[in-house]
Design a protein around this ligand. Structure first.
Ligand code: ADP
Ligand code: ASP
Ligand code: MG
Length: 821
């Protein structure tokens, strides 16, 4: 004998019910089966709503009844042939009339007792089991509807009645002794006197287990809408996967801490008789699902699963008087159990100054009163100072039999949550040593679940959640590179990259599911959300995803002002924008300090020399104990191009004009020629090498001749510049006469930074520079005689975007390293 239980989602639509019928038919061919069924999906909630409306005196309950009627009648019509329909419809209508009468009564008295509420809530199963029995009969099976109130006997603890074991077993054995396929209502039961009760929300699983145990079934099959018991709730953790086998104890812990896929009391009856429970997917009947059994085969995973309870309240007792007073925890438990308050977890600080416990939020004020009463003497004598209640919290538990043998699990929890900025409010290790449970802010629940899931199950996969501001030349190139690479990144490096938010100066777009790297531009353009930087940051914070990276591809001053807030929310920052690092030394220090404290990355390789590895090289030299004595560099692609092309054949102003036409300069070339940009880059290199200085400390030669600085627009500037062509030419000719050339060099030495036009000879490492290349020569203790030189294209969308990609991937790698540790 097998007991097959079908949950609400398995009977949510006529198509789903057809799948159920197929499964039952197939199983029946292999041997006897008993079927337990839940209400159609959502029906129990509707009944609850109807009862509420009625007890509030509102007629709206009638609308709900009409909705229920339509839903069930449509299903009957869809599933049953005209000839057999009428019997099913008649039975349904009779039951519905009964519901209508009782709700009418409730609406008149404007009062609903727990007893009536249970009666009303149980109609869904009576409807669904009746209809399914008809369907099975029509498909040629010998099927019989059974109302579980004839089988399961409980006390009168309405809402969650307790089952009276022996009476129940006897009546099940008597009533279900024949040959037909019995179709039994889940969830409902009755007292010895015949008053209707329920087994608690989600209780149909329990019905199946009770029947399975009474009939000594070979297996209890729970058919639902997921591939079994999974490593985490797949609605919260997208990458959760199903577990092949778990022990009864593990299943109990996981469901106690919120894995709704199985109702916690379900395990007990099956466990006592050692009947395996399998959890299967109605929509994928070939998937083997999960088996809950004694002695499951050994798995190598440290833990089996992670579950969570969305909403709990935390109650803390504080006071020096509790030190050494024995049995505080026991008294708490007893007092609360007496009032039937479910204590989800309890933890006692090692100092014994505090005891903390988690309860469902709806019982928090009751629990507080119970505790106040129990500890009145201690409160009066100030041995207990205070009883504190905190709300808006979630509990997360990691569970697994293996945990007992493997040390360091708590450490892994702490480090992966810490890295993602999740604060642990309380922590408890279950006495079974089969779980560690801890309390976090509700806002962090999903982030914590995902971070832990990655850390324990997917240590090799690194997620990166990208938020990009600025989709000009570089920003869109960046997305193009990622678009081309995203599959290879996952396949070859297990980096799972998702774009979650993007903005340009006009619009912004967020999608928690990820924005396709294919059609992002169209989606962004059609977004109705106007860009607001503060809201962009807030949305990132609200999404609260692990391994978030904010990429600033703007040249704005406003965006860098947000970095402290972003880094403080444990979000890494990657940017080619120089503004932050070339602002005050204080700001530079602050950003680095926050990044360090929050254990996130702040990366800006492309601030200097585009994709050339300059910043990282200096950083590595310095962190490995070298000391930077001197930097000499050509840091502007524009000025490099201008002076490399200045051979006397074309006047200086004409070369500048050509450079502008080729798009090598800023729209106003004075911004290149004034040397400020080069100065900022030099400043960043010096700071990276550990020197502390301000932009104002630099000595910068402005290449815009004084007489041309005040010229109005760009054209007037070019006219003015022409007047100085002679001066530039004579400088050039004089250098050339000495086999030298002009070069705009940034130099940092002895704590001083200078940027100026110099004459260099053939023996100088920069003499051979061509095109718009950059070059950086680093003179350190280790590279004293001949410098370490980095040379190559220092501008352009391709190389810059490539450099940003490298920075972003380094964020993933740092995370992975710490994951492993
Ligand atoms: P049914 O209607 O079949 O009784 P439920 O909705 O009660 O189904 O339970 C199935 C749901 O449980 C899944 O859709 C899933 O969202 C949720 N769930 C929570 N934790 C887990 C877990 N660890 N494994 C599988 N499902 C889980
Ligand atoms: N229909 C009931 C509920 O929604 C019982 C169940 O689905 O298991 O809680
Ligand atoms: Mg369920």
């Amino acid at each position: 004998m097998r007991v097959l239980k079908f949950g609400g989602s398995s009977v949510g639509t006529p198509d789903a019910i057809r799948k159920v019928i197929d499964i039952i038919q197939q199983k029946r061919q292999q041997g006897p089966v008993t079927v337990v069924v839940s209400a159609f999906r959502g029906v129990t909630d509707l009944l609850f709503r109807a009862a509420k409306e009625a007890s509030g005196g509102s007629d709206q309950y009638q609308d709900v009844i009409r909705e229920l009627e339509k839903r069930h009648v449509d299903t009957i019509k869809d599933l049953l042939r005209v000839q057999t329909r009428s019997e099913a419809l008649t039975r349904f209508k009779m039951t519905l009339n009964e519901l209508e009468d009782i709700l009418h009564g409730v609406s008149l008295t404007r009062e609903i007792t727990a007893r009536t509420s249970d009666f009303v809530m149980g109609f869904g199963e009576r409807f669904s089991a009746g209809i399914l029995a008809h369907c099975l009969s029509e498909s040629g099976m010998d099927a019989e509807f059974v109302d579980a109130r004839e089988l399961i006997v409980t006390d009168s603890h309405f809402g969650q009645a307790r089952v009276l074991g022996e009476l129940t077993r006897d009546s099940i054995r008597k009533r279900l002794s024949g040959d037909p396929v019995y179709v039994v209502t889940g969830f409902i039961a009755s007292t010895e006197k015949g008053v209707s009760t329920t087994l608690g929300r989600g209780g149909s699983d329990y019905t199946a287990s009770i029947i399975g145990a009474a009939l000594d079934a070979e297996e209890i099959e729970i058919w639902t809408d997921v591939d079994g018991m999974m490593t985490a709730d797949p609605r919260i953790v997208k990458r959760a996967f199903s577990i092949d086998e778990v022990s009864y104890e593990e299943a109990m812990e996981l469901s106690h801490f919120g894995a709704r896929v199985i109702y916690p009391p379900t395990i007990q009856p099956a466990y006592q008789k050692e009947i395996p429970i399998s959890i299967r997917n109605t929509f994928k009947p070939d998937h083997p699902g999960t088996v809950i059994r004694k002695d499951p085969s050994k798995s190598r995973e440290m833990i089996k699963g992670i579950s969570s309870i969305d909403e709990i309240a935390l109650i803390t007792l504080k006071g020096s008087g509790m030190v050494g007073v024995s049995g505080v925890a026991a008294r708490l438990f007893t007092a609360l159990a007496h009032k039937e308050i479910n204590v989800i977890l309890i933890t006692q600080a090692s100092s014994e100054h505090t005891v903390t416990l988690a309860v469902p939020p709806e019982s928090s004020s009751r629990a507080k009163r119970v505790i106040e009463r129990e500890f009145r003497p201690e409160l009066q004598e100030n041995q207990i100072d205070d009883i504190l209640v905190e709300e808006d919290l979630s509990v997360i538990a990691i569970v697994g039999d293996n945990m007992r043998q493997i040390p360091g699990i708590a450490g892994r929890v702490f480090s992966s949550l810490g890295r993602n900025g999740v604060n642990i409010v309380a922590i408890a290790q279950g006495s079974s040593e089969r779980n560690i449970s801890f309390v976090v802010n509700r806002h962090d629940q999903s982030k914590a679940m995902n971070a832990l899931h990655d850390a324990f199950f997917l240590a090799s996969v690194k997620t990166l959640n990208l938020f990009l501001v600025g989709v000009g030349l570089i920003g869109s190139k960046l997305l193009e590179l990622f678009h081309n690479q995203v599959e290879a990144l996952y396949r070859d490096y297990q980096i799972d990259l998702k774009l979650r938010g993007v903005a340009n100066s006009g619009k912004m777009l967020f999608d928690a599911e990820g924005i396709s790297l294919d059609g992002w531009r169209e989606r962004l353009e059609s977004s109705s959300d106007q860009t607001n930087l503060n809201r962009f940051v807030e949305q990132m914070q609200e999404l609260n995803l692990p391994n978030s990276v904010f990429v600033d591809c703007t040249a704005s001053d406003e965006v860098p002002a947000l970095y402290p807030d972003i880094l403080n929310s444990s979000i890494s920052v990657v940017t080619p924008n120089k503004k932050a690092n070339s602002a005050s030394q204080e700001y530079f220090d602050e950003l680095h300090r926050i990044a360090l404290r929050r254990n996130v990355a702040f990366r800006y390789e492309t601030n200097v020399g585009a994709g050339l590895p300059v910043v990282a090289t200096i950083h590595e030299l310095v962190t490995t104990g070298d000391h930077m004595n001197r930097v000499e560099a050509v840091l502007s692609g524009t000025l490099s191009y201008i002076f490399n092309s200045f051979d006397g054949s074309v006047p200086f102003s004409e070369i500048v004009r050509q450079a502008r036409e080729k798009g090598y300069t800023e729209p106003d070339p004075r911004e290149d020629l004034n040397g400020h940009d080069v100065g900022r880059k030099l400043l960043i290199l010096a700071r990276e090498a550990g020197y502390r200085l301000e932009f104002e400390d630099l000595e910068i030669e402005n290449l815009v001749p004084e007489g041309a600085r005040g010229a109005g627009d760009v054209e007037s500037f070019f006219k003015k510049l022409k007047e100085f062509d002679g001066e530039f030419e004579s400088m050039r000719a004089e250098a050339a006469g000495n086999q030298m050339k002009l070069c705009y060099i940034a130099r940092f030495e002895g704590g001083n930074g200078v940027v100026k036009l110099e004459r260099i000879g053939q023996d100088h490492p920069f003499y051979g520079l061509s095109g718009s290349d950059n070059i950086v020569a680093l003179y350190t203790d280790h590279y004293r005689e001949s410098p370490m030189v980095v040379k190559g294209p220092g501008a352009g969308a391709n190389v810059t975007a490539g450099g940003i990609v490298a920075d972003i991937l380094r964020v993933a790698n740092t995370k992975a390293q710490s994951n492993a540790g």
